[in-house]
Design a protein around this ligand. Structure first.
Ligand code: ADP
Ligand code: MG
Length: 219
Protein backbone atom coordinates (compact mmCIF):
# COMPACT_ATOMS: atom_id res chain seq x y z
CA UNK A 1 0.00 0.00 0.00
CA UNK A 2 1.64 3.20 -1.10
CA UNK A 3 -0.84 5.64 0.34
CA UNK A 4 -1.37 5.19 4.00
CA UNK A 5 -0.35 3.14 6.97
CA UNK A 6 -2.23 0.09 8.15
CA UNK A 7 -4.11 2.34 10.58
CA UNK A 8 -7.86 2.45 9.96
CA UNK A 9 -7.98 6.20 10.72
CA UNK A 10 -8.02 6.93 7.02
CA UNK A 11 -8.39 4.94 3.80
CA UNK A 12 -5.44 3.05 2.34
CA UNK A 13 -4.99 2.00 -1.27
CA UNK A 14 -2.36 0.92 -3.78
CA UNK A 15 -1.56 4.01 -5.90
CA UNK A 16 0.06 1.88 -8.60
CA UNK A 17 -3.20 0.08 -9.47
CA UNK A 18 -6.04 2.42 -10.50
CA UNK A 19 -9.37 0.78 -11.22
CA UNK A 20 -10.39 3.62 -13.53
CA UNK A 21 -8.79 6.73 -14.90
CA UNK A 22 -11.05 9.47 -16.26
CA UNK A 23 -10.28 13.01 -17.37
CA UNK A 24 -10.64 14.45 -13.87
CA UNK A 25 -9.89 11.66 -11.45
CA UNK A 26 -8.42 8.26 -10.80
CA UNK A 27 -10.40 5.67 -8.83
CA UNK A 28 -8.64 3.07 -6.64
CA UNK A 29 -10.10 0.24 -4.61
CA UNK A 30 -8.83 0.54 -1.05
CA UNK A 31 -9.89 -0.14 2.47
CA UNK A 32 -11.23 1.93 5.35
CA UNK A 33 -12.14 0.58 8.79
CA UNK A 34 -12.00 -2.95 7.40
CA UNK A 35 -14.45 -2.21 4.58
CA UNK A 36 -13.68 -1.86 0.86
CA UNK A 37 -13.83 1.71 -0.45
CA UNK A 38 -13.46 3.43 -3.82
CA UNK A 39 -10.89 6.18 -3.38
CA UNK A 40 -11.23 9.10 -5.83
CA UNK A 41 -8.06 11.14 -6.35
CA UNK A 42 -8.19 14.26 -8.55
CA UNK A 43 -5.98 14.72 -11.56
CA UNK A 44 -4.34 18.14 -11.81
CA UNK A 45 -7.26 19.71 -13.67
CA UNK A 46 -9.92 17.78 -11.77
CA UNK A 47 -9.88 19.42 -8.34
CA UNK A 48 -12.88 21.71 -8.92
CA UNK A 49 -14.97 18.85 -10.23
CA UNK A 50 -14.12 16.65 -7.25
CA UNK A 51 -14.98 19.48 -4.86
CA UNK A 52 -18.33 19.78 -6.66
CA UNK A 53 -18.84 16.02 -6.34
CA UNK A 54 -18.24 16.15 -2.57
CA UNK A 55 -20.61 19.13 -2.22
CA UNK A 56 -23.30 17.25 -4.15
CA UNK A 57 -22.86 14.03 -2.15
CA UNK A 58 -23.05 15.94 1.14
CA UNK A 59 -26.23 17.74 0.04
CA UNK A 60 -27.81 14.54 -1.20
CA UNK A 61 -27.20 12.59 2.02
CA UNK A 62 -27.83 8.88 2.31
CA UNK A 63 -30.02 6.85 -0.03
CA UNK A 64 -29.92 3.08 -0.59
CA UNK A 65 -29.41 3.52 -4.34
CA UNK A 66 -26.89 6.36 -4.28
CA UNK A 67 -23.27 5.62 -3.48
CA UNK A 68 -22.33 6.84 0.02
CA UNK A 69 -19.47 9.21 0.77
CA UNK A 70 -17.47 7.73 3.65
CA UNK A 71 -14.34 9.88 3.93
CA UNK A 72 -13.04 13.25 2.75
CA UNK A 73 -9.44 14.46 2.98
CA UNK A 74 -8.83 18.16 2.37
CA UNK A 75 -6.00 19.75 0.38
CA UNK A 76 -4.42 21.05 3.59
CA UNK A 77 -4.24 17.59 5.16
CA UNK A 78 -0.92 15.69 5.12
CA UNK A 79 -2.14 13.31 2.44
CA UNK A 80 -3.76 15.86 0.15
CA UNK A 81 -7.20 16.08 -1.35
CA UNK A 82 -9.21 12.94 -2.11
CA UNK A 83 -12.43 11.28 -1.05
CA UNK A 84 -13.64 7.73 -0.50
CA UNK A 85 -16.97 6.15 -1.37
CA UNK A 86 -18.43 2.85 -0.26
CA UNK A 87 -17.08 0.34 -2.80
CA UNK A 88 -19.76 -1.23 -4.94
CA UNK A 89 -18.97 -4.88 -5.57
CA UNK A 90 -18.40 -6.74 -7.81
CA UNK A 91 -15.98 -4.00 -8.80
CA UNK A 92 -16.38 -2.75 -12.36
CA UNK A 93 -19.92 -4.08 -12.80
CA UNK A 94 -22.37 -1.46 -14.07
CA UNK A 95 -25.71 -1.51 -15.88
CA UNK A 96 -24.00 -1.31 -19.28
CA UNK A 97 -21.81 -4.33 -18.47
CA UNK A 98 -24.75 -6.21 -17.01
CA UNK A 99 -26.64 -5.82 -20.31
CA UNK A 100 -23.59 -6.70 -22.42
CA UNK A 101 -23.02 -9.83 -20.36
CA UNK A 102 -26.47 -11.12 -21.32
CA UNK A 103 -25.98 -10.11 -24.95
CA UNK A 104 -22.60 -11.85 -25.05
CA UNK A 105 -24.33 -15.01 -23.84
CA UNK A 106 -26.92 -14.42 -26.61
CA UNK A 107 -29.68 -14.05 -24.01
CA UNK A 108 -32.30 -11.37 -23.49
CA UNK A 109 -32.04 -9.43 -20.27
CA UNK A 110 -34.62 -10.56 -17.70
CA UNK A 111 -37.33 -7.89 -17.70
CA UNK A 112 -37.80 -8.13 -13.93
CA UNK A 113 -34.15 -7.29 -13.39
CA UNK A 114 -34.34 -4.25 -15.65
CA UNK A 115 -37.56 -3.10 -14.02
CA UNK A 116 -36.03 -3.36 -10.55
CA UNK A 117 -32.84 -1.51 -11.51
CA UNK A 118 -34.74 1.27 -13.32
CA UNK A 119 -37.15 1.70 -10.39
CA UNK A 120 -34.17 1.99 -8.05
CA UNK A 121 -32.55 4.55 -10.37
CA UNK A 122 -35.82 6.55 -10.38
CA UNK A 123 -35.95 6.39 -6.58
CA UNK A 124 -32.36 7.73 -6.42
CA UNK A 125 -33.18 10.57 -8.84
CA UNK A 126 -36.40 11.36 -6.98
CA UNK A 127 -34.39 11.71 -3.77
CA UNK A 128 -31.90 14.03 -5.50
CA UNK A 129 -34.72 16.09 -6.98
CA UNK A 130 -36.17 16.46 -3.48
CA UNK A 131 -32.88 18.22 -2.62
CA UNK A 132 -33.21 20.24 -5.87
CA UNK A 133 -30.13 18.61 -7.40
CA UNK A 134 -29.89 17.53 -11.06
CA UNK A 135 -27.40 14.71 -11.79
CA UNK A 136 -26.73 15.69 -15.45
CA UNK A 137 -24.70 12.57 -16.29
CA UNK A 138 -27.19 9.73 -15.95
CA UNK A 139 -26.29 6.81 -18.23
CA UNK A 140 -25.94 3.05 -17.81
CA UNK A 141 -22.20 3.34 -17.05
CA UNK A 142 -22.93 5.52 -14.01
CA UNK A 143 -25.35 3.01 -12.51
CA UNK A 144 -23.31 0.38 -10.68
CA UNK A 145 -24.88 -3.00 -9.97
CA UNK A 146 -24.20 -4.80 -6.67
CA UNK A 147 -23.79 -8.53 -6.16
CA UNK A 148 -27.44 -8.60 -5.06
CA UNK A 149 -28.44 -6.88 -8.32
CA UNK A 150 -29.28 -3.55 -6.72
CA UNK A 151 -28.52 -0.22 -8.42
CA UNK A 152 -26.14 2.41 -7.00
CA UNK A 153 -25.94 5.75 -8.79
CA UNK A 154 -22.41 7.26 -8.97
CA UNK A 155 -20.53 10.15 -10.60
CA UNK A 156 -21.92 13.40 -9.20
CA UNK A 157 -19.07 15.44 -10.72
CA UNK A 158 -21.34 17.69 -12.79
CA UNK A 159 -24.45 17.53 -10.58
CA UNK A 160 -25.85 20.99 -9.93
CA UNK A 161 -28.62 22.89 -8.18
CA UNK A 162 -31.89 23.38 -10.06
CA UNK A 163 -32.38 26.86 -11.46
CA UNK A 164 -28.80 27.69 -12.35
CA UNK A 165 -28.12 28.63 -15.96
CA UNK A 166 -24.68 27.78 -17.29
CA UNK A 167 -23.01 26.68 -20.47
CA UNK A 168 -21.70 23.23 -19.65
CA UNK A 169 -20.98 20.78 -22.43
CA UNK A 170 -20.49 17.20 -21.36
CA UNK A 171 -17.32 16.06 -23.12
CA UNK A 172 -17.89 12.37 -22.73
CA UNK A 173 -18.08 9.65 -25.33
CA UNK A 174 -21.73 9.26 -24.35
CA UNK A 175 -24.16 11.72 -22.84
CA UNK A 176 -27.94 12.03 -22.82
CA UNK A 177 -27.85 15.63 -21.68
CA UNK A 178 -29.93 17.83 -24.02
CA UNK A 179 -28.15 20.59 -25.99
CA UNK A 180 -30.39 23.43 -24.76
CA UNK A 181 -29.28 22.71 -21.18
CA UNK A 182 -25.62 22.36 -22.27
CA UNK A 183 -25.91 25.72 -24.03
CA UNK A 184 -27.31 27.37 -20.91
CA UNK A 185 -30.37 28.57 -22.85
CA UNK A 186 -32.73 27.34 -20.13
CA UNK A 187 -32.24 26.92 -16.37
CA UNK A 188 -31.21 23.49 -15.11
CA UNK A 189 -34.31 21.55 -14.18
CA UNK A 190 -35.21 18.11 -12.88
CA UNK A 191 -37.88 17.94 -15.61
CA UNK A 192 -35.17 16.62 -17.92
CA UNK A 193 -34.78 13.40 -15.91
CA UNK A 194 -37.78 11.41 -17.28
CA UNK A 195 -36.43 11.95 -20.81
CA UNK A 196 -32.97 10.77 -19.78
CA UNK A 197 -34.30 7.75 -17.86
CA UNK A 198 -36.35 6.95 -20.99
CA UNK A 199 -33.13 6.90 -23.02
CA UNK A 200 -31.52 4.56 -20.49
CA UNK A 201 -34.59 2.29 -20.66
CA UNK A 202 -34.32 2.13 -24.46
CA UNK A 203 -30.61 1.38 -24.13
CA UNK A 204 -31.06 -1.49 -21.69
CA UNK A 205 -34.32 -3.01 -22.90
CA UNK A 206 -32.86 -5.91 -24.81
CA UNK A 207 -35.44 -8.19 -23.31
CA UNK A 208 -35.75 -11.88 -23.99
CA UNK A 209 -38.72 -12.31 -26.41
CA UNK A 210 -39.63 -15.50 -24.56
CA UNK A 211 -39.85 -13.65 -21.26
CA UNK A 212 -43.56 -13.69 -20.29
CA UNK A 213 -43.10 -10.78 -17.90
CA UNK A 214 -41.64 -8.48 -20.58
CA UNK A 215 -44.94 -6.87 -21.58
CA UNK A 216 -46.11 -6.20 -18.05
CA UNK A 217 -42.62 -5.19 -16.86
CA UNK A 218 -43.37 -1.49 -17.12
CA UNK A 219 -46.82 -1.72 -15.62
N1 ADP B 1 -18.16 3.51 -5.37
C1 ADP B 1 -17.59 2.81 -6.34
N2 ADP B 1 -17.42 1.47 -6.21
C2 ADP B 1 -16.83 0.75 -7.20
N3 ADP B 1 -16.37 1.28 -8.34
C3 ADP B 1 -16.50 2.61 -8.53
C4 ADP B 1 -17.11 3.44 -7.54
N4 ADP B 1 -17.10 4.71 -7.99
C5 ADP B 1 -16.52 4.68 -9.21
N5 ADP B 1 -16.16 3.41 -9.53
C6 ADP B 1 -15.51 2.97 -10.77
O1 ADP B 1 -14.78 4.05 -11.33
C7 ADP B 1 -15.28 4.39 -12.63
C8 ADP B 1 -15.20 5.88 -12.84
O2 ADP B 1 -15.95 6.54 -11.83
P1 ADP B 1 -16.88 7.78 -12.15
O3 ADP B 1 -17.30 8.39 -10.85
O4 ADP B 1 -17.98 7.36 -13.07
O5 ADP B 1 -15.86 8.79 -12.85
P2 ADP B 1 -15.77 9.39 -14.33
O6 ADP B 1 -16.18 10.81 -14.15
O7 ADP B 1 -14.32 9.23 -14.69
O8 ADP B 1 -16.71 8.63 -15.23
C9 ADP B 1 -16.70 3.82 -12.64
O9 ADP B 1 -17.13 3.53 -13.95
C10 ADP B 1 -16.55 2.55 -11.81
O10 ADP B 1 -16.01 1.48 -12.57
MG1 MG C 1 -18.68 7.92 -14.91
Amino acid sequence: MGCGSSSSARPTWDPSAPLASGSDKEVFIGSFKGEPVAVCVPKKQGQARLHAEIRALNSIGRHPHIVALVYTSTLSSAHGFYFALEAVEPVGYDLDRCIKQYLFAKQGVPSNLIRTLIKQLCSALDHMHGKRIVHRDVKAENVLVTKNYDAKLIDMGIACQCGIREERWVWASKTYFPPELCQGLVPQDTKVSPLIVGKVIVEVSVIDPGDDCAIEAWG
